[in-house]
Design a protein around this ligand. Structure first.
Ligand SMILES: N[C@@H](CCC(=O)N[C@@H](CS)C(=O)NCC(=O)O)C(=O)O
Length: 200
């Protein structure tokens, strides 16, 4: 039994999109839970076994998988037929894993630092700046539709997600790539799912 703990319009929305892309909606149960929201609504949900009370969380036969990057890799490998993951032995495997890890290790901290308006030279030295993050992404998609070439992968699904929430960046390369990622069955399904469960 596999269960995704999900709260609408949150970081777990991208995992709902992934389930659709993987054609795994019959195999994975989606349990909608609450989380504390910025506006003071919601709250930690006692039904959510995430150690920090966060979403997304995957429970696979009683074993917990947390962090979006890990959940995405786990699910893409469990449901390989869709071709959203890159298998061991494929020369693209290294870049694919690197994009997933770079999202968690660099993109999330950098975007959070920027959103909070924090400034310290050590932050840029450690993580790099938002301008550098955007430049890396723009370089990657300037001459090809997706991060790894012609094919949409789970790396695109994860890396484009901040721009899907917070609006486009304004750089034509990034905006066109985000449009391509949002014009997918997974993104459309997740938006519809969240609209139907938005009260939670
Ligand atoms: N790095 C984590 C971040 C998870 C996260 O912060 N999720 C937010 C929702 S967008 C959450 O659950 N917040 C509730 C809380 O902080 O208690 C991931 O990507 O899985």
């Amino acid at each position: 039994m596999i269960t995704l703990f999900h709260s609408p319009r949150s970081r777990s929305t991208r995992i709902v999109a992934l389930l659709k892309e993987l054609d795994a909606l019959d195999a994975v149960r989606i349990k909608v839970v609450t989380i504390p929201r910025m506006d003071g609504s919601g709250g930690r949900d006692p039904r959510n076994p995430h150690p920090d009370g966060k979403v997304p969380l995957l429970d696979h036969d009683g074993v917990l998988v947390w962090e979006s990057s890990a959940i995405i890799q786990h699910l893409a490998e469990l449901f390989p037929a869709s071709g959203l993951g890159i298998p061991v032995g494929d020369p693209q495997r290294g870049p694919y894993l690197s994009w997933l890890a770079w999202y968690a290790g660099v993109v999330e901290p950098v975007l959070t630092i920027k959103a909070l308006g924090l400034e310290h030279p050590g932050l840029g030295r450690t993580f790099r700046t938002e301008a550098e993050v955007v430049a890396r992404l723009a370089d990657a998609v300037r001459d090809r539709p997706f991060l790894l070439g012609d094919r949409f992968t789970a790396a695109d699904l994860l890396l484009h997600s901040p721009y899907a929430w917070f609006g486009k960046h304004g750089l034509p390369e990034i905006d066109a790539w985000v449009d391509r990622c949002m014009d997918r069955p997974g993104a459309r399904f997740a938006a519809d799912f969240d609209a139907r469960h938005a009260a939670v």
